[in-house]
Design a protein around this ligand. Structure first.
Ligand SMILES: Nc1nc2c(c(=O)[nH]1)N[C@H]1C(S)=C(S)[C@@H](COP(=O)(O)O)O[C@H]1N2
Ligand SMILES: [Mo]
Length: 187
């Protein structure tokens, strides 16, 4: 009987492992639910409120995002998918060189983009060694998918501002990558 105990233990372990593995497999197969949240676009007296379905139905930009924090910690590169900021602004009215865009988040964070930044200009860009390099074309997007999945809360989901590029080798400053964006206001 004593000799049977180790065998029984291994047996139970194997069963537990198979159950555990199957469980994990099923979780991975189920598509993750996007986080709840709306985007409000304000422009003069106009207010446009968009939900997940509205935003994901718009033409998407797909590319890469790679950021560096103020203390030099790199994050990425990620495959990113989202809606260009210019398209979102256009839903609420005309935008000109005299305008700026105030992007704010549920935690009170605010970042102001001036007109040329909305068009992807005037950002500092670095290579993988954090050496400053000339900027390639940049597209400012509201990202809703990161590496093929809805953006998690930890990464600023459901909607995060990203300075996106066509290639995964360009780093931009993380401070403009507003997490948990809820309001985009043209001023
Ligand atoms: N809503 C919100 N977004 C934010 C911040 C914040 O405090 N609140 N910090 C910014 C700064 S200064 C940096 S460096 C990056 C950090 O991004 P990470 O948390 O994905 O590394 O997020 C940016 N976006
Ligand atoms: Mo930062």
């Amino acid at each position: 009987m004593k000799r049977l105990m180790p065998a029984l233990c291994i047996c139970l372990l194997a069963v537990a492992c198979i159950c555990g593995c199957t469980g994990a497999g099923e979780t991975a197969v189920a598509a993750p639910e996007p986080l709840p949240g709306n985007l409000t676009i304000l422009h003069g007296g106009t207010e446009v409120v968009l939900d997940w379905d509205d935003i994901t139905a718009m033409p998407a930009f797909e590319g890469y995002g790679y950021s560096v924090s103020t203390v030099g910690i790199k994050s990425g590169p990620f495959a990113v998918k989202g809606v260009p900021l210019t398209d979102l602004i256009a839903l609420a009215g005309d935008f000109g060189p005299e305008n700026r865009v105030w992007v704010s988040a549920t935690d009170g964070y605010l970042w102001v983009f001036d007109a040329d930044q909305v068009d992807g200009e005037g950002f500092i860009t670095f290579d993988d060694n954090l050496k400053e390099v000339p900027a390639p074309p940049l597209t400012i997007i509201i990202m809703y998918e990161q590496d093929g999945l809805p953006v998690t809360y930890e990464y600023g989901g459901p909607f995060r501002m990203v300075v996106a590029t066509a290639t995964p080798d360009i780093i931009t400053e993380g401070s403009s990558w507003v997490k948990w964006v809820d309001t985009i206001e043209v001023r």
